[in-house]
Design a protein around this ligand. Structure first.
Ligand SMILES: [Zn+2]
Length: 294
């Protein structure tokens, strides 16, 4: 293991992109962990403020979604409106920089907490969607998966009046839609078994599937350092990987505006917008790219 010698591990070390370029240059197999901060430039809002607190009402929990029909009606009504713009979001410079990092042969695994699929659309292949994908719907009865856009068509057909509504974007393809009688909103059941349809994402109050965690932990074991991009690591499902890395003596660098839950565990902390901090990866200069890839 190539342990980081030049940068102290005693707490976060505020530094610019030179330090980050050095960090990336010195490690060959990076375990990259990304969060909402990667996608804000694509117009997808973040849940949390710079102190890691909630910016808005907490998102729906698994228990409420599965337990209450009205919660599901409200969820899908908001989603019907929010999906339009979420579905059109495109990758930004941060996604492209991380795809470039993979091209340079530096990425062991890119584990993302995002559910937008934008890393894949930017060209990253070594991606594990820790919290699933919003463009897929799963039946909680028979487990059949189907594309979200097909459900969108069904929802529009059943609820033509709702199709005309517009609202402010909220995180995860949601929209701030209030003051409506959600009881009138119709949600179709699974066409196969009549079961409850759910977006194929891990809701708050729900566990990440065990095999997914195991796959990520294996990749972390095979990696020699961790790079966190755009996450406050407030959710345990992400934090545990940084904790495990620190325990194994692997250096961790983080790019995030504001505090992260793992600040005391970081070898390097870069408090810059993600795209700015990773701009060195998108530089066209082959010489510079080779220097990083060494
Ligand atoms: Zn089903």
């Amino acid at each position: 293991m190539a342990f980081d010698q030049s940068i102290t591990t005693n707490g976060p070390n505020l530094a610019g992109d030179d330090a980050l370029r050095d960090f990336v240059g010195r490690h060959q197999r990076l375990f990259v962990l990304t969060g909402a901060g990667c996608s804000t430039d694509s117009g997808i809002p973040d849940y949390r403020d710079a102190n890691g607190g909630w910016k808005r009402a907490q998102p729906v929990t698994y228990q409420a979604f599965m337990g209450e029909e009205l919660t599901r009606k409200r969820y899908w009504a908001r989603s019907l409106v929010g999906w339009r713009r979420f579905g059109y979001a495109v990758p930004n410079d941060t996604h492209h920089a991380l795809a470039r990092l993979e091209q340079l042969g530096k990425v062991q695994l890119l584990l993302t907490q995002n559910v937008d699929g934008l890393h894949q659309r930017a060209g990253s292949r070594q991606v594990l969607d820790m919290h699933g994908r919003l463009d897929t719907v799963r039946c909680t009865g028979c487990e059949q998966r189907s594309p979200r856009h097909a459900l969108q068509q069904a929802l529009l057909q059943l609820n033509p009046a709702w199709a005309k509504l517009d609202a402010t974007n909220a995180p995860d393809g949601d929209a701030d839609l209030e003051g409506h009688d959600f009881n009138t909103f119709a949600v179709p059941p699974c066409p196969q078994c009549g079961g409850v349809l759910k977006p194929d994402v891990v809701f708050f109050g729900e566990n990440v599937p065990r095999d997914r965690v195991a796959e990520a932990m294996q990749a972390l074991e095979d990696a020699d350092a961790v790079l966190v991009v755009g996450s406050s690591l407030m959710v345990f499902s992400g934090y545990r990987f940084v904790h495990a890395a620190a325990k194994a003596g692997k250096p961790v660098a983080a790019v995030n505006l504001g505090r992260t839950r793992a600040d005391p565990l970081l070898s390097l902390k870069v408090e810059q917008p993600c795209a700015e901090a990773l701009a060195f990866l998108r530089e066209a200069s082959t010489a510079r790219a080779e220097e990083i890839a060494q």
